[in-house]
Design a protein around this ligand. Structure first.
Ligand code: PHE
Length: 351
């Protein structure tokens, strides 16, 4: 190989030098620029070059040296940026470190279980907007204009809505019954749907209350729908979610949009009905409201109450999740504390 070929070969080697290994930069320096390094040896050969070629070869070899220096600096910087290589022997049999994986939020897990149970009964899932007008959240549901639920105490009103619907008393929905109004207005019976979603109420935040929470409400409208079917559906729901040993009981109640209305209690999962602080020593915990859809509501939504009847129910997801996972404080659901959330990472279902 003549001098020119050897310079070209070393140039290629400089360009191709790899930064793999902790000593990559240092071994490059020794190989190229050390006392017997390839660049050093070439520079030594300048002495043997005929005098008339010295200037041109001098320049060429100095460039080569400069390129080697630059490459060395680059390799040093690359190697320094790498994470430290562990010392000692590498145990190839050791299990790999577990990558932290994300998980579904407990509220999502419980919502999925609830919707799963009703899907298998033939219910569809309906969604609607979180910012609602007065008609869908209250008016169509028979809330009289002076009903306390419309009061500033309970409802977050939204200002500044422009365009169509402006001035219609927009608010953050206080329940997902608003979605049921939309479904009835848009569809024809038979209707079997549930509406999961986030709702808002102007409550002081504490261990037992929050200004945002999640509901799943259900609606069934058809010919000859009876209260017995409502009760049977809810009993099936509770037994599927909490086990065949659980029971429900209904207490008369009042909602503007259902008649008759009831509050649903279930046997306390925490003490098996023996009495504890969660059930206030009664053995029962309230889990939802329900009732037969008021004929006036059917009429408001364009469904003939002389032909059709229906039932509706609505539950708070946080409350159900609390009974499943024994979460003592509602605020934990919103704090995003990883120590809380990672307990659900494998979808573990503690009951
Ligand atoms: N919408 C009611 C609430 O938010 C729950 C409910 C739904 C009650 C359907 C009866 C029937 O409290």
């Amino acid at each position: 190989m003549n001098l020119n070929e050897r310079v070209l070969a070393v140039e290629a080697e400089i360009a191709a030098a790899s930064a793999v290994g902790a000593d990559a930069a240092e071994s490059f320096r020794v190989t190229m620029l050390g006392r017997n390094g390839k660049v050093t040896v070439l520079l030594d050969e300048l002495k043997q070059v005929p005098p008339e070629e010295k200037r041109i070869w001098g320049q060429r070899l100095n460039q080569l040296k400069h390129a080697a220096r630059l490459r060395w600096e680059e390799l040093k910087a690359t190697v320094e940026a790498l994470p430290p290589v562990p010392t000692g022997t590498v145990d190839l049999t050791r299990p790999a470190l577990r990558e932290p994986v994300g998980s579904l939020h407990p509220i999502s897990l419980v919502r999925q279980r609830i919707t799963g149970i009703f899907s298998r009964l033939g219910y569809t899932v309906s969604q609607g907007p979180e910012v609602e007008d007065d008609h869908h959240n209250f008016g169509a549901l028979n809330f009289p204009p002076d009903h306390p639920a419309r009061d500033m105490q309970d409802t977050f009103f939204v200002q500044g809505i422009e365009g169509p619907g402006a001035g219609d008393g927009w608010a953050l929905r206080t329940h997902t019954s608003s979605v049921q109004v939309r479904v009835m207005e848009q569809g024809k019976p038979p209707i079997r749907t549930i509406s999961p979603g986030r709702v808002y109420r102007n409550e002081a935040i504490s261990a037992r209350a929050h200004c945002m929470f999640h509901q799943v409400e259900g609606l069934y409208v058809d010919k000859d729908v009876s209260f017995a079917e409502l009760k049977g559906t809810l009993d099936h729901f509770v037994k599927t979610l909490f086990g065949p040993g659980s029971a429900i009981r209904l207490r008369p109640s009042y909602f503007p949009f259902t008649e008759p209305s009831a509050e649903v209690d279930m046997s306390c999962t925490l003490c098996n009905g023996e009495g504890c602080t969660v059930c206030k020593h009664s053995g029962w915990v309230e889990i939802m409201g329900c009732g037969m859809v008021d004929p006036a509501v059917l009429g408001n939504c364009g469904i003939d109450p002389a032909v059709y009847s229906g039932f509706a129910f609505g539950m708070g997801v946080e409350r159900i999740a609390q009974l499943i996972y024994r979460v003592p404080d509602l605020r934990l659901y919103w704090e995003n504390d990883v120590r809380f959330l990672e307990q659900f990472a494998d979808g573990a279902f503690r009951s």
